[in-house]
Design a binder for this molecule. Structure first.
Ligand code: HEM
Length: 151
């Protein structure tokens, strides 16, 4: 079960990163090119949010299976860099990234003008992707590539 969940969560990161990349490129180019907010923009932005929420759910389930997560012994976990990262830091940073994406998507829906919609996506999705990259970099795992899940 653990290996399956880790593989799923690990693989979903590519979909999340790919969709975030597409959404950001489309919104930034549309913002500077003063283009309308199209159905393509709306769909990509929505799929990106759905993918990150799915990743969040997979992460939450994985949290209870991972041998690196030690929520039952927080005191000890805090003293160990790896345990602290997987027990606290990863989840907090990723929750923050997903919150940014959720707020960005909500703002893109609320904005009356195309420019406001593109700006919301560029800003919030842009910040979220930075948080995700920093979080993965901090884990010591490759940004692209699978690991066996023991560090
Ligand atoms: C956008 C959200 C997220 C992304 C992009 C993400 C990304 C990743 C990546 C790249 C890995 C390493 C996989 C590997 O080494 O093959 C990982 C592992 C993990 N993530 Fe996430 N994650 C996200 C959200 C979450 C959340 C919200 C939680 C928990 C509440 C979580 C819990 C974990 C756990 C427990 C591991 C596995 C540690 C292990 O046993 O190796 N993740 N995540």
């Amino acid at each position: 079960m653990y290996n399956f969940l880790l593989g799923l969560h690990s693989g979903l990161r590519y979909i999340v990163l790919l969709l975030l990349g597409i959404a950001i490129i489309l919104s930034v180019t549309a913002l500077f090119g003063k283009k309308d907010y199209t159905q393509t923009n709306r769909k990509i932005n929505l799929f990106t949010m759905i993918a990150t929420h799915t990743q969040l759910l997979a992460g939450l389930i994985l949290y209870f299976f991972s041998p690196l997560v030690q929520y039952g012994n927080m005191g000890e976990a805090m003293k160990n860099t790896i345990a602290r990262y997987w027990t606290v830091e990863h989840a907090v940073l990723m929750f923050f990234a997903v919150a940014l994406i959720t707020v960005g998507h909500a703002r893109s829906k609320r904005g009356a003008l195309s420019i406001n919609k593109h700006r919301a996506i560029s800003l919030y999705y842009g910040l979220a992707v930075l948080v995700i990259i920093v979080a993965i970099y901090q884990s010591g795992r490759p940004l692209f590539g699978m690991s066996v899940g023991n560090s």
